[in-house]
Design a protein around this ligand. Structure first.
Ligand SMILES: *Cc1c(COP(=O)(O)O)cnc(C)c1O
Length: 423
């Protein structure tokens, strides 16, 4: 039987424990929502201050060169590449995940339209993050394709000679279920399709090998496990075999081969640089770089493999404690119980009261979130575990708070049942 003392002992023996010092964690808060918005790194305020007051305030436009502003998309992209199994010079930071998805889906679409015009289906998962599906709908409309949506266990059977592009999110935002990227990419290629991976819940959370999996395109977000801050820019990767093949549809001037020639006609830059569209948001990119640096700080301590090991330990501990200490309160673990199929989050469900239970937990300083279900999917209570700053004892304490919220029935109070705009 696990005890709080046993959790404290695990924390004392944790080689990644010092990384917690890199973050500004508010007193009295147990933060289990780094899968939605990562915690503020200690280095970020001073760095943003420097960018604003010195680089912008004092040096003004000279900073595009002297402070290297113009290189930020590639420089931060190279750092992210180290976390996702991509090579240097293959990733840029730009725009949002939604916008980057549009770029890569259209690029993949144009490639397939020329190479295999009979293939006119874009396949994804029904429970994919809605923005991915909305963007896919507009790409299908532009290309005259059909968007097909299936359940996770129907994907392989749907890889046929109609399929142009398979677009999947590696770790599902609701269930936390993780796809086998190697296997599905291999199967999709064998069926003649291209594969786009969304790494929003993977980058900085689980090891990813884009080259090892031989993926075609990938996008991902900067404000979740990369700790880049609210609305941080996203990243995009294209396998070098495709990067020069097509220009992406948003042909902006900073993806031009020579933007400062101000030529009236677009000629794309070589490689991934053409996936930049307009001027980079410098202040946000500087903040994102601080966030990415917190994940890279794990490299000397074992890097993504060590982070993954701790993440599995934390999610396993959480699921096990919920099942034992909260037994009899109607909770069920929705996320896969097998670690290899689970990202860095655990989702629970309960017949009723999910939203209110999360609100009652937040009032007690335990921050998770709630995602409403529909006719086919249950409401979920979602808890993310960022191994950079989350401790075993935090898991214990969070489950104890959950147990008390359920045992006391305090979640039934009216104030916990009023819905806010952002859940
Ligand atoms: C968070 C998330 C997004 C967010 O997209 P934005 O364009 O940054 O709003 C997209 N897709 C998935 C799978 C996500 O988890």
């Amino acid at each position: 039987m696990t005890t709080r003392d046993a959790c404290l002992a695990l924390d004392r023996a944790d080689p990644l424990a010092p990384l917690r010092e890199l973050f500004e964690l508010p007193e009295g808060t147990l933060y289990l929502d780094g899968n939605s918005l990562g915690v503020l790194p200690r280095a970020t305020p001073a760095r943003v201050h420097q960018v604003v007051l010195q680089e912008w305030g004092r040096d003004l436009i000279k900073s595009w060169n002297s402070a290297g502003w113009i290189d930020l998309p590639a420089r931060v992209g190279d750092k992210i590449a180290r976390l996702i199994g991509a090579a240097q010079g293959e990733v840029v930071v730009a725009d949002s995940t939604s916008v980057n998805l549009y770029k890569v889906l259209m690029a993949a679409g144009r490639l397939q339209r020329d190479r295999a015009p009979a293939r006119r289906v874009l396949l994804s998962e029904r429970s994919n993050f809605p923005t991915d599906l909305y963007i896919a709908e507009s790409v299908c409309e532009a290309l005259g394709w059909t968007l097909a949506l299936v359940e996770p266990d129907e994907i392989e059977a749907s890889l046929d000679d109609q399929l142009a592009v398979l677009m999947l999110t590696h770790v599902n935002y609701r269930s936390g279920r993780m796809h086998d990227m190697d296997r599905l990419t291999r199967r999709a290629h064998a069926a003649g399709a291209l594969v786009v991976w969304d790494l929003c819940h993977s980058a900085g959370a689980v090891p990813v090998g884009l080259h090892a999996s031989d993926a075609d395109y990938a996008v991902g977000c900067g404000y979740k496990y990369l700790n880049g801050g609210p609305g941080a820019p996203a990243f995009v990767w294209v396998h070098p075999r495709h990067a020069d093949r097509f220009s992406q549809p948003l042909s902006g001037w900073l993806g031009h081969v020579a933007p400062f020639e101000f030529n009236p006609h677009y000629r794309p830059a070589a490689g991934i640089a053409r996936y930049v569209c307009g001027t980079p948001p410098v202040i946000s990119m500087a903040a994102l770089e601080c966030g990415v640096d917190t994940v890279l700080a794990a490299e000397p301590l074992g890097g993504m493999a060590a982070l993954r090991e701790k993440s599995i330990a934390l999610t396993e501990l959480f699921a096990q404690l919920v099942e034992t200490r909260c037994a009899g309160h109607g909770l069920a673990v929705v996320s896969p119980r097998e670690a290899a199929q689970r990202g860095s989050q655990v989702c629970l469900t309960r017949g009723e009261g999910g939203y209110a239970i999360v609100q009652a937990l937040i009032a007690r300083g335990v921050i998770g979130d709630f995602r409403a279900g529909d006719a086919e999917t249950p409401d979920i209570l979602r808890f993310g575990f960022t191994p950079l700053y989350c401790r075993h004892v935090d898991v214990w304490d969070a489950v104890e708070q959950l147990r008390e919220v359920l045992a006391s029935g305090e979640w039934q109070r009216p104030e916990f049942n009023r819905r806010h705009a952002v859940t």
